[in-house]
Structures are given as C-alpha cells and as structure tokens.
Design a protein around this ligand. Structure first.
Ligand code: CAA
Length: 291
C-alpha cells in the first residue's frame, strides 16, 4: 500500500513536529487529540515553526501555506479510516499507548500500517495490542522534529519486510536519516542519552556542580549544543523519568536507577519547559537556573 495519508495521534511536542514534517513532505495529515485546546496549540506551533523556516529561506511562503492546508484536525479516531499509516505519538506511558492502539484498530482500513513514536517501550508488546503486529513498527523521531535528521526504525518480532520497507521509504521522503535499532529498552539514542542526563541530575543532587556549572561544562567541555539539564527540561522531565524507569525495569541493572531528585521534580509537577519550570525557571524572558 502506497502511503499518502498519515494519521498522527497526540498533538503534543512530538505530534505537532511529526505533523509538520509529513505535511511539508507532501503527505496529507490527520492530526488527532482528545483535547481541542491541544489541537489549537499544535496548529499554532506548526504555523510558527514553518514561519521560522520561511524567515530563514529554508522553504517558500507557498510551501508553508500548502503544508498548513494539508493538516486536518480531529478529536476522535474515526477519521483514521482514511490513513494509510497512523503514527501514535501520545504520552510515554505504556497503558495509555495500549488503550489508544486498541481503540484505534477498529477504525483502520484493511492493510493500513501503524507506527509508534515511543522513545523506550517494547515495540513487540505494543504491537500485541493491535490486530496487525506484522504491519506495526517503531518510528522514533527526535525533538525538535523539523530540525533533527535522525529517525530510529525499530522492528518488533512480528514486523514484516513490507512494513520495514515502507518505514525506510517514508523516512527518506522526509529527507531524514534512519538508524536501525533492535527492540531493546530505549533502543539506541535514549539508551545512551538518558543515562547521561540522569547522571547530570545525580551530579546536581550530590552538589558536585550547580545547574549552570553542569550545563556550561558539558556545552563547552564536550561540545554538546545544549547542556544535559537544559536538554532534560527540553525533552520533559516526566518523559526522562519514564525512559529511565523502562531502562531500570527492562534491563534490571541498578546503573539505570532514576536519580531521586528527578523523581522529586516530576512529583512536584516541575516538568521542564512545558510547565514553565524544571531545572530552569522559564517565567521570564531568559531561563534562570533554579539551583
Ligand atoms: N522548528 C523548525 N525549526 C526550528 C525549530 C523548530 N521547532 N527549532 C529550531 N529551529 C531551527 C532554527 O530556525 C534554526 O534554523 P537555521 O539553521 O535555518 O538557521 C536552527 O533550527 C537552529 O535554531 P536556533 O538558532 O534557534 O537555536 P540553536 O542554534 O540553539 O539550536 C537546537 C536549537 C536545534 C534545538 C539545538 O539547541 C540542539 O540541537 N539541541 C539539542 C537537541 C537534541 O539533542 N535533541 C534530541 C533530544 S532527545 C530526543 O528527542 C529523543 C527522545 O525520545 C527523548
């Protein structure tokens, strides 16, 4: 089946970026979220990010407007009947993802593909909540989606060759670069990146350095574009914690134990940029370190 219409479930940080790049690459996009406010916010974000690309001469105004026109929004999963490929990009919680996938399946046409943007959860287990594990695959985009070149492709135990080829073709049409990862907890990027972020939080927790010192050290000392605590706020501290928990439980090794300070921040609702506070306070014009 040729993929022309792509459904995206979840209009959050990743969902809006995924809708953005598919629409820009010429796909028709159906963006779905239970919250009308999230959909409105997502369209606004896509519009602003496309404007940014116009301002930097990356795309023309006409391409911007055509891409915006290709995105339709919906509060239900019924419209996914038209999708050749549906990408689940809901919150990083296995129970929620499984519920969405079970609710999605009755609306899909025969032969339609399903992908998940999970950043850590087993593709094989998620595929088992659908009626088509052979047409199910992991497509893991990086944040910010319009900028980051990589997409991890993860096959579950039942994923067939046709679905894998479809994934490769889609990634190449988006002008992104694939990396194949086996279906192990957190795949490649987050298996390496999240323990580094967690260690930065331990470094803060143990008083080895302040937020500013840790981020400056890694930006200037290791040439990272963002410091690890700034990056944690950017990813979302709830997502960072979920990924560490998947690593800790999935690999049964104490080296993946989430830092208690990360747990405490999430319990406090300090989830990073999206809530206005994490390791930095985002209430003013420039972020201010909180420790
Ligand atoms: N949409 C479109 N364009 C965007 C954008 C967005 N959301 N955000 C930034 N840009 C563009 C800018 O317009 C600019 O474009 P040009 O190159 O054409 O000038 C370019 O990106 C650089 O942006 P800025 O100049 O504003 O800022 P910067 O140089 O500080 O870069 C950044 C911003 C690209 C986010 C950079 O800080 C960076 O690479 N940070 C690290 C990001 C990272 O590691 N992401 C992975 C997170 S892990 C993950 O996603 C996996 C997971 O599951 C948790």
């Amino acid at each position: 089946m040729q993929v022309q219409t792509v459904g995206v479930i979840g209009a959050g940080q990743m969902g809006n970026g995924i809708a953005h790049v598919f629409a820009l690459a010429g796909y028709d996009v159906i963006l779905s979220d239970i919250s009308p406010e999230s959909l409105e916010k997502a369209l606004d974000t896509v519009g602003r990010n496309l404007d940014r690309q116009v301002a930097r001469d990356r795309i023309s105004l006409e391409e911007r407007n055509t891409a915006m026109g290709r995105i339709q929004t919906t509060n239900t999963l019924e419209a996914m009947h038209d999708a050749d490929l549906t990408i689940e990009a809901a919150t990083e919680n296995e129970e929620i993802k499984r519920e969405i996938l079970s609710a999605l399946v009755p609306h899909l046409k025969q032969g339609a593909y399903i992908a998940t943007n999970t950043s850590s959860i087993s593709i094989t287990r998620l595929a088992a909540s659908t009626d088509r594990p052979e047409r199910f695959i992991g497509l893991h985009f990086m944040n910010p989606v319009p900028v980051m070149k990589l997409v991890e492709i993860i096959r579950g135990i039942a994923t067939d060759e046709q679905t894998y080829h479809m994934a490769q073709e889609v990634v190449s049409k988006l002008n992104k670069v694939p990396a194949n990862a086996e279906d192990f907890p957190a795949f490649i990027v987050n298996r390496v990146l999240l323990p580094m972020i967690n260690e930065a939080v331990y470094t803060l927790y143990e008083g080895v350095g302040t937020v500013e010192a840790i981020d400056t050290a890694m930006k200037l000392g290791a040439n990272h574009p963002m410091g690890p605590l700034q990056l944690a706020d950017f990813i979302g501290l709830d997502t960072c914690l979920s990924i560490m928990q998947v690593l800790y439980e999935g690999l049964a090794d104490t080296k993946y134990r989430p830092c208690p300070l990360l747990v405490k921040y999430v319990e406090a609702g300090w989830l990073g940029r999206k809530t206005g506070r994490g390791f930095y306070d985002y209430s003013g014009d420039t972020p201010v370190p909180t420790r």
